[in-house]
Design a protein around this ligand. Structure first.
Ligand code: SF4
Length: 332
């Protein structure tokens, strides 16, 4: 017989930290599930994330789930639809709940908790949406929202006395006053803003992702990470170009050059180019002119190396810079 165990959907945001504190203070054996969205580099060490360091500070152990193809398929076609941009919030939360329920089973835990607050966000946290999630996830009575618990139906672990309902809260609405007050009481100062960090809610990122879904059948987490780097151009239906904006991005693109169809390195100070698709000589000239636009071509330094997927490489000479109207017409 073990003590009370729970799984917490942990985001590193203040609400999930407070939810963790409320449960840890009751002596519950709590494991946080941190779902890593596909905006991070493939070589990320999750222990380096600020959210992981915060969890450590409050004594919350973490398990990680890296969002993979299964998650990406959901983002592409969410049964409950997209929000304002390409954010599939309801299905995203259901997906995370499903992953948490797999962990709950593995750990033989009693419930799943989250930092959700009734009425805090328009689409995904209305009371009926929370109830709907509980129903469709098949976890009726096992989904606990410690911050709003007192205004929701008691969950099974509360009824069984495994969780003291009196030590949970009754927060609702969009205001953050009570959460800030609690943060002060607990001495929590560094926390992230999880929704702010979700690029699916970003207008410009959504344009890039929609373009990717429209032109590439199989999309991986690395493909989505690539959308966070550099300038992006849709040259034509079968050709996509990414060029770096600074040295850090050149290094990052270089690391991923193995999955490009073509990779171009200038010998002058200028951007590297990551290319996906079918490249003919006319397209190469156009890409060459885009690189010149953002590079510093001189008479002495004007060569570029083009490497193809099969590792064959050749040198070309920089051409005059493309004009901005042409570049802007292809920009994503
Ligand atoms: S904001 Fe992003 S991470 Fe949060 S529920 Fe919506 S899609 Fe998921």
């Amino acid at each position: 017989m073990h003590g009370v165990r729970g799984v917490l959907l942990y985001s590193g945001g203040l609400d999930s930290i407070l939810a963790a504190k409320l449960l840890l203070d009751q002596g519950i054996d709590l494991t946080g599930l941190y779902c890593i969205l596909p905006f991070y580099p493939p070589d990320l060490d999750p222990d380096d994330l600020e959210s992981s360091k915060l969890a450590k500070q409050i004594g919350l152990k973490l398990e990680y789930y890296r969002c993979d193809n299964e998650y990406i398929e959901m983002v592409k076609n969410p049964p409950h639809g997209h929000g304002k941009h390409i954010n599939p919030c309801i299905d995203c939360k259901l997906f995370f709940i499903k992953k948490a329920s797999e962990l709950m089973e593995k750990l033989d835990a009693d419930f799943i908790a989250s930092g959700e607050v009734v009425g805090q966000r328009p689409m995904s946290q209305l009371k009926h949406t929370l109830n709907h999630m509980e129903k469709v996830s098949g976890l009726k009575g096992r989904l606990l929202r410690p911050l709003s618990a007192k205004i929701l139906e008691p969950t099974i672990p509360e009824i069984e006395g495994k969780i003291d309902r009196n030590r949970l809260l009754d927060i609702s609405g969009r205001g953050r006053k009570r959460q800030m007050e609690l943060a002060r009481q607990y001495g929590i100062i560094n926390y992230s803003h999880p929704a702010g960090g979700c690029l699916f809610t970003d207008r410009f990122f959504s344009v890039r992702l929609r373009d990717l879904f429209a032109h590439q059948e199989e999309v991986t987490a690395t493909d989505i990470y690539l959308l966070t780097i550099g300038r992006h151009f849709r040259i034509n239906v079968s050709l996509k170009l990414i060029i770096s904006r600074d040295e850090r991005e050149s290094i990052e693109l270089e690391k991923l050059s193995g999955i490009a169809d073509y990779f171009i390195r200038p010998e002058f100070k200028g951007p590297s180019a990551f290319i996906r698709g079918i490249l003919n000589e006319g397209d190469l000239d156009l890409i060459n002119s885009i690189i010149s636009r953002y590079g510093k071509v001189t008479d002495a330094e004007n060569r570029l190396t083009v490497v193809s997927k099969d590792k064959r490489s050749r040198e070309i000479t920089a051409v005059p810079a493309a004009v901005d109207t042409i570049i802007d017409s292809m920009r994503l």
